[in-house]
Design a protein around this ligand. Structure first.
Ligand code: FAD
Ligand code: NAD
Length: 474
């Protein structure tokens, strides 16, 4: 096989594998280089998302939810289960099986699309050559007209709480604990801290979350964040806001922490510490010195609005570049770049990028928050609707949270929709579509929503923008 390709993708995560499959669909001779080693020591395509991110975390969230519901939801339905136990081997094993199914699925898709897959580390050299270092140290060089950099991200390490894989762990470690820790400390009340903190809290860990910022979930709408904080606290997550970790020391089988907040210094002893303070673009060893590809002050690959690096034929996508670190953002960039390379009209809708946090209740949003609109001086009106008045949510015993819709005060165009409640990870899609089609709150208010469904909360919130919700006072 010739080692000259139309497209070489470095990184087989969500951004890279989407780019590769779309490029191959468009008739381009495509290769992917990926270095990720699975739990079985073999190549595992799919990057962070499939191996140690989106999919395994959702598998554990779902398993732990089933267990939590036995004690906290089923009794309301008149169902009691005594002596319910979790077999952690099966719990983690189920997750591993799902991961293997999906990483293997990407390998199958590569075969089906005639994509050449290399297992090793890729380094971009000048002139769109790529040097591959295999795991056995062997080297080979291949080249292409276009190279797409999709090297993703890695967890940020705190200098005073370095990962040791046993007591101080990152997201990968928190997906593979083989004994429920009695006490789990979490640094960072972000997406990972809340999702993985919830998993272990549901299995019985006492979870303390230490968050540096004074506001909870600062990127979310403040009303939604307030409801979520109340619910998570009720579930037993002890969330300390405005708290800075000063020290973390492993002593024996424990981690001794000191954190500081407005009331002074506090000591905390935990059995494990998950550090989830954000991720950073990963570019170690990716670029030879003379490629001309630039990194910004946060170490991300610099690209323009078309994910082009400014170096002829070199593109970059996903977590390694600016923008939110979300799998679906990477998917869209990967596909768009393949289309641009093939001379087609690629497109990424950054303004309607949905965010979802898969806690219970779930949190989801798209578009602007009320705070952002206020700061930008945009006139707006707000409609809200609580799940407590949604028949389906009450029937499910999950009547917590609300939908909040924000529309332009003059044009009625939807500017943002923010939700916390049951199934909102799915409900948000309707709002993304409405915003993508430049819809108004009146558009959603006029659309028939099946009864009884959770989607009626979106309908009623749209009606509420115009103070005409049926099932609440306006
Ligand atoms: P990555 O997935 O990081 O993939 C990059 C790949 O490139 C890796 O396989 C890496 O080994 C490889 N690589 C890097 N450098 C080289 C090199 N030089 N040569 C060869 N290979 C290389 N996002 C969501 O949208 N929804 C979620 O529910 C969600 N849950 C998450 C849960 C957790 C615990 C974590 C950690 C993340 C989660 N994310 C979620 C974020 C999501 O995983 C990332 O946004 C996404 O994986 C980024 O895709 P990517 O392709 O840019 O990079
Ligand atoms: P994050 O940015 O979501 O949250 C990190 C939190 O840590 C922030 O609240 C930050 O203020 C806090 N923090 C930072 N330094 C701190 C310190 N020294 N002490 C205490 N708190 C500190 O980051 P994450 O949770 O690590 O997740 C990384 C990225 O992965 C996310 O930004 C997201 O894009 C992606 N992700 C997405 C999903 C999803 O879509 N459901 C799930 C998991 C991860």
């Amino acid at each position: 096989m010739s080692d000259k390709f139309d497209v070489i993708v470095i990184g087989g995560g969500p951004a890279g594998y989407h780019a590769a499959i779309r490029a191959a669909q468009l008739g381009l001779k495509t290769a992917v280089i990926d270095a990720f080693v699975g739990k079985d020591g073999k190549q595992a395509l799919g990057g962070t998302c499939l191996n140690v991110g989106c999919i395994p975390s959702k598998a554990l969230l779902d398993s732990s939810k089933q267990f939590y519901n036995i004690a906290h939801n089923l009794p309301v339905h008149g169902i009691t289960v005594e002596n319910a136990k979790v077999d952690l081997g099966t719990f983690i094993g189920r997750k591993d099986k799902i991961v293997k199914q999906f990483t293997g699925g990407v390998a199958q898709l590569f075969k089906a699309n005639k994509i050449t897959s290399y297992f090793g580390t890729g380094k971009l050299l000048k002139g769109n050559q790529v040097e591959i270092t295999g795991n056995d140290g062997s080297k080979q060089t291949i080249s292409a007209t276009n190279v797409i950099l999709a090297s993703g991200s890695v967890p940020i390490e705190l200098p005073f709480a370095k990962f040791d894989g046993k007591y101080i762990i990152d997201n990968a470690g928190a997906l593979d604990i083989n004994d429920v820790p009695k006490r789990l400390g979490v640094i960072g009340a972000g997406v990972i801290g809340l999702e993985l903190g919830s998993v272990w809290n549901r299995l019985g860990s006492e979870v303390t979350v230490i968050e540096a910022l004074p506001d909870f979930l600062g990127a979310a709408d403040a009303d939604i964040a307030k409801i979520a904080l109340k619910e998570f606290t009720k579930q037993g997550l002890a969330i300390k806001l405005g708290a800075k970790l000063a020290k973390a020391e492993v002593k024996g089988n424990e981690v001794h922490l000191t954190y500081t907040d407005k009331d002074g210094d506090h000591d905390l002893v935990v059995d494990k510490l998950l550090v989830a303070v954000g991720r950073r673009a990963y570019t170690a060893g990716l670029l030879a010195d003379d490629t001309g590809v630039k990194l910004d002050e946060r170490g991300r690959i610099v690209v323009d609005e078309h994910c082009h690096t400014g170096v002829d034929g070199v593109w970059a996508v996903g977590d390694a570049v600016r923008g939110p670190m979300l799998a679906h953002k990477g998917f869209e960039e990967g596909v768009a770049v393949a289309e641009w390379i093939a001379g087609k009209a690629g497109h990424v809708s950054y303004d309607t990028m949905p965010w979802v946090i898969y806690t219970e209740p779930e949190i989801a949003w798209v578009g602007k928050t009320e705070k952002e609109l206020k700061e930008a001086g945009v006139p707006y009106k707000v409609g809200t609707f609580p799940f407590a008045a949604i028949g389906r949510a009450v029937a499910m015993n999950e009547a917590v949270g609300q939908v909040k819709m924000i529309a332009h005060a003059e044009t009625d165009r939807i500017l943002g929709v923010h939700m916390v409640g049951p199934g909102v990870s799915e409900l948000i899609a309707e709002c993304v579509v409405a915003m993508e089609f430049k819809g108004s709150s009146e558009d959603l208010a006029r659309i028939v929503h099946a009864h009884p469904t959770l989607s009626e909360a979106v309908h009623e919130a749209a009606l509420s923008v115009d103070k005409r919700a049926i099932h609440k006072g306006n």
